[in-house]
Design a protein around this ligand. Structure first.
Ligand code: ZN
Ligand code: ZN
Ligand code: ZN
Length: 145
């Protein structure tokens, strides 16, 4: 099985982009911190440790590029800050939903997708073919409630 960096390299090649050392460093940070939902600024701070010459603009551009080739998924919590996580294929991009604590801001992942029955209900009621859904659950985590 190919490792994630190779899969990404292929994707980048297909789209005509090269994997530069800086892009590679960003991808490695994303892989290392998978499921932690980092913002561009947080990625920048982590990448700078090994790659001090990198600029925030490079991080922004790389995230845009990774988004264009479908290698990351974005999490928008409507707080003006987009968070990213790596995802290499379509099935992967919809493999969990997020639970967001209103008090401490912690983001948790719910693996169970119990929305299939809601989808089929809506399809029946509105004669609407659902292709995807995007749900976030807001509340209080174990520590805060
Ligand atoms: Zn997630
Ligand atoms: Zn909390
Ligand atoms: Zn779902």
């Amino acid at each position: 099985m190919k490792n994630t960096i190779d899969v990404l390299k292929d994707k980048l090649k297909e789209t005509g982009f090269k994997i530069t050392p800086q892009r590679r460093a960003i991808v490695e940070i994303l892989l290392k911190n998978n499921h932690t939902h980092l913002s561009s600024e947080e990625i920048y701070d982590l990448v700078r440790v090994d790659c001090p010459e990198i600029g925030l603009a490079t991080v922004y551009r790389t995230m845009q590029l990774l988004d264009e080739i479908g290698a990351i998924s974005k999490l928008n919590l409507d707080d003006g800050c987009i968070r990213y996580e790596i995802c290499l294929n379509k099935e992967d991009s919809h493999n969990h939903h997020h639970l967001i604590c209103k008090k401490c801001g912690k983001i948790m992942e719910a693996k169970e997708d119990l929305l299939d029955s809601i989808e089929s209900e809506i399809q029946k009621l509105y004669n609407f073919e659902i292709l995807d859904h995007d749900v976030k659950f807001y509340g209080l985590c174990e520590d805060c409630k």
